[in-house]
Design a protein around this ligand. Structure first.
Ligand SMILES: *Cc1c(COP(=O)(O)O)cnc(C)c1O
Length: 459
């Protein structure tokens, strides 16, 4: 391919992206049926011959762009997905052109340098001890795996057992303690790491999903304790100050799942939720959720650098280590895209004040939802402490039917969940792009959906 042809393709991609951005506010948040039916155009057997890339990119834009979920717009509130910060998107475009492999310094000095810088800045934003290590992974699921592996191996090492060499069969037992509302990714990591999903000790939680501190007896140096900053439904935070102090005097390993909530550290408004979390040993956080970095961008932070690196060790005569940062020391993967580049761009363009403002904005939009929906007679099920709002109608069937209509409306999109056994509509305010007008428009959608459910029931 000649560089002229490469330019043409990249310019086309640029044009299609611009069209996508311009259409965002008008289009249906979730693609409608007609658009989804057209996805059948992609059904074909593996083509025997290739096609003109200009045509294929056109096909992708024509049928693919409308079949996306408009999560980068202002009215997507599903899961905790996060929007996209435009400057970091631009940096990702450029770095995608570079196509760097961030495994080793010799594969990408720029990636190595920006990992080093991001590590330092994140340690600062989260008020962590100097020397805390960061690894750049795909998301919190992977980050949990790293943090729990580091904790498991370090607890065993203190009991004179080298888990990396000897495995877990015959090893001294360690106790894993989690809250009843731990995220499924925590349970998945435990099962993958041979710690068993069912042999863990589960501490009951209060009605916001916070671990009940007084039910948390006998922590000891064989305990791996996993806490949550930001319950995936309610957005609640475990009481770190109390628990982490207790854990510290018992000498156990504390890991915090802070996929979206760890960012509470970065705004003075929400810092009190985070306070005490600095005392843990390792932390998981996503930049692709609250911070609005492009997918996929998760981080493992670990106070004990040696524990993290030795849990993720790899060797091979062809691996060329350097005196600089070699990214793969801190991650399970070897080859890896250079996600630190767009993270650096985001942090550099926002600064501490910009990050704090983003967190505060998400929280204040969530509170606006709470206030407006209450005025409209909806029940708010959780204490809105961060960016999550759980909403219920007068009874469970009405809540479920209202949610279904909201999802079909195209006006906004929310997911659902069961909270304390009852269906709820989950609102996660997770994009910089959500304005107060977006909240108002979405509240109107809620009201309309419920009215339609009621009139359908009356018939
Ligand atoms: C999203 C989330 C996870 C999983 O993170 P991924 O980045 O999707 O792998 C884990 N824990 C909590 C609390 C989450 O919100």
């Amino acid at each position: 391919m000649k560089s002229r042809q490469i330019h043409q393709l990249l310019e086309l991609a640029h044009r299609y992206s611009a069209e996508y951005v311009d259409a965002l506010d008008e289009r249906s948040v979730f693609p409608d049926e007609k658009v989804l039916e057209k996805l059948a155009i992609f059904d074909e057997s593996m083509p025997a011959r290739g096609s003109d890339p200009v045509d294929v990119l056109g096909l992708l834009h024509r049928y693919g762009s409308p079949a996306t979920v408009a999560q980068t717009g202002g009215r997507y509130f599903g899961f905790v997905n996060g929007g996209i910060h435009p400057p970091s998107l631009a940096a990702k475009w450029l770095s995608d052109t570079w196509d760097q492999n961030s495994a080793l310094y010799v594969m990408s000095p720029i990636s190595s340098k920006l990992e080093e810088i991001c590590e330092k800045w994140l340690v600062d934003l989260f008020h962590l001890p100097e020397g805390t290590a960061a690894g750049f992974v795909s998301g919190t699921s992977m980050s949990l795996l790293c943090g729990i592996a580091a904790g498991r191996n370090e607890l065993l090492r203190r009991l004179d057992w080298d888990a990396a060499a000897r495995g877990l069969f015959g090893a001294p037992e360690i106790n894993v303690v989690i809250g009843a509302q731990a995220h499924s990714a925590v349970r998945k990591a435990l099962s993958l790491l041979g710690l068993g999903e069912e042999r863990v000790r589960v501490i009951p939680c209060d009605d916001q999903g916070r671990m009940l501190v007084d039910k948390m007896s006998d922590l000891d140096p064989r305990t791996l304790l996993i806490l949550v900053a930001g319950n995936v439904n309610t957005g609640s935070f475990d009481r770190f100050q109390k628990i982490c102090q207790k854990a510290r005097s018992a000498n156990c390993w504390v890991h915090i799942d802070g996929a979206f909530g760890l960012w509470a550290a970065a705004s003075p408004d929400t810092y009190p939720l985070y306070e005490g979390a600095e005392l843990a040993d390792s932390w998981s956080v996503d930049a692709h959720k609250t911070l609005n970095a492009p997918y996929d961008c998760g981080v493992i932070l670990c106070k004990d650098r040696t524990a993290l690196v030795s849990a993720l060790q790899a060797t091979g005569s062809y691996i060329q280590w350097s005196g600089n940062r070699d990214g793969m020391l801190y991650t399970p993967e070897m080859s890896r895209r250079a996600r630190s580049i767009e993270l650096w761009m985001l942090l550099k363009t926002m600064g501490k004040s910009g990050v704090a403002a983003l967190i505060s904005q998400l929280c204040s939009r969530a509170r606006l939802f709470e206030e407006r929906l209450k005025e409209e007679g909806f029940n708010i099920v959780n204490e809105v402490v961060f960016n999550q709002v759980l909403v219920a109608c007068d009874n469970a069937p009405e809540t479920e039917a209202t949610l279904e209509r909201i999802q079909k409306s195209g006006e906004c999109w929310c997911g659902g969940a069961l909270w304390l056994g009852e269906p709820v509509i989950r609102i996660s305010v997770c994009s910089w792009a959500t304005t107060e007008e977006d909240v108002e428009r979405s509240v109107r959608t809620f009201v309309h959906a419920r009215a339609n459910v009621r009139s359908a029931d009356a018939r």
